[in-house]
Design a protein around this ligand. Structure first.
Ligand code: NDP
Length: 271
């Protein structure tokens, strides 16, 4: 019988994870079944239990359950502990292991796929939610010159800067304080693009950049990326590559095989 995996979320109908993992499995010859599971908002633990009882070997976890997955895992990786969120569960004989592959996915997309090394760069991270928290450590591990966090609720950005400050050059500020500050890389980790809205950054910050990245992705470029390009950003990228790369890292944790992501990214772009 094939090993079972699933992505668990609510909503889940839009998830591209089943398609991505099916492509990885075909490419690497791994015998797995991967499905999308809609869990009731108060039924995440039951959904995990049912998957395990039915021969499940692991799961991806998406909105809004990453925190619950963090609480459920008995063994946590260092990066999951720092992110305080889990997007990958591995069911082992000694209990449930929790990991977080979002940061590794972002780093691989920027540094490998987009060929943009972050060492020595001045990074601006917009947002202080789960996604932002999950990428701070991997970003710092790339040895940027500085990492500035800006968020609508400024206190949340300051909390993150305080928590991660001893790992590197991290500071926090208000959106209104960004005018005239120079950045090489801007990463949008807010969910504003989901609402077709923009974080209130000054237009002046885009023209001097080398890369503007939005974690959100869609059929069309996001409003944020369009706005950045209109205001002089020479290079913009959405989060589709990050999505595939975080999935590849999960696949590697489960199967011990690293899939080739480039054809899968190309396949998703062509849909
Ligand atoms: P959270 O709900 O945890 O955090 C949302 C963040 O966005 C907060 O910082 C919030 O600010 C800010 N925000 C929301 N609306 C606005 C707005 N209109 N203007 C300015 N700031 C706003 O979400 P996540 O961190 O989990 O996800 C963030 C984004 O990252 C989503 O778009 C998600 O799809 C994407 N993502 C992509 C991944 C990928 O693989 N490509 C992986 C994970 C996430 P405040 O604190 O003030 O409320």
């Amino acid at each position: 019988m094939s090993d079972r995996y699933a992505v668990i979320g609510n909503p889940i109908g839009h998830s591209k994870s089943p398609l991505i993992h099916a492509a990885f499995a075909r490419q690497t010859g791994q015998d797995i079944v991967y499905e999308a599971l809609l869990a009731p908002l108060d039924g995440f633990v039951q959904a995990v239990d049912a998957l395990r009882a039915n021969g499940g070997k692991g799961a991806n976890v998406t909105v809004p359950f990453k925190q619950e997955a963090f609480n459920l895992a008995v063994h946590l990786s260092e990066r999951a502990k720092l992110a305080q969120a889990v997007n990958t569960l591995i069911f082992r004989a000694d209990g449930i292991h929790g990991d977080n592959t979002d940061g590794a996915g972002l780093l691989r997309d920027i540094e490998v796929n987009l060929a943009y090394p972050l060492a020595g760069k001045r990074i601006l991270l917009l947002g202080a939610g789960g996604a932002a928290r999950g990428v701070i450590m991997p970003l710092l591990a790339a040895h940027p010159a500085s990492l500035t966090i800006a968020n609508r609720t400024t206190s949340r950005a300051h909390d993150l800067a305080l928590q991660f400050g001893h790992w590197g050059e991290v500071s926090a500020c208000d959106y209104s304080a960004l005018d005239d500050l120079p950045f090489d890389v801007i990463i949008n980790a807010t969910s504003s693009s989901l609402q077709n809205d923009l974080p209130p950054v000054p237009d002046s910050i885009f023209s001097g950049t080398g890369l503007v990245y939005d974690m959100m992705y869609g059929k069309e470029p996001t409003l944020f990326l369009c706005h950045a390009a209109q205001n002089g950003a020479p290079c913009v990228a959405d989060g589709l590559g990050m999505l595939v790369e975080q999935a590849a890292e999960s696949f590697y944790l489960w199967r011990g095989v690293r899939p080739d992501t480039a054809p899968v990214i190309a396949q998703l772009r062509s849909l």
